[in-house]
Design a protein around this ligand. Sequence first.
Ligand SMILES: [Zn+2]
Length: 154
Amino acid sequence: MRARTAAERVACPVCGTASVRVHSRYVRRLADSAFRGCPALIDLRVRRFRCAQQDCAQATFAEQVDGLTFRHGRRGAGMQAVLDRVAVMAAGRAGSHLGQVLAAKVSRSTLLRLIRRLKGPERVTPRVLGVDEFAPRKGHIGAETGFCTGQRNR
Ligand SMILES: [Zn+2]
């Protein structure tokens, strides 16, 4: 499939200033979700823009298509979401085989890399600590005081 972008102006990802100054054009090949079991490839013609802000740290930037591309991505967002789920459910060799069934050719090491890239659950730092937070092992409480002694009850 061949496609091209149509937006006249694109916002810089660093400063947010809209730019119409095209630096260059190129074709990105994206692997996307399979269609009727056949792998889908998108040749997407995109542009690189010059930032309109003189003092911006990002001199040039490539345009992204919402819902389809992301920075440095070689897969469409839909395909990436599928592979993220496959990686979490069946990483490694099993996930690679599942990817073949879904017409998404991916290696086991790539799936492991996808898992490492995913964000884990957000950790919350407690504001107040109780005695239970200091028990070296769960369920080990001193017999006389009820406080943690760090030793096993007998
Ligand atoms: Zn900028």
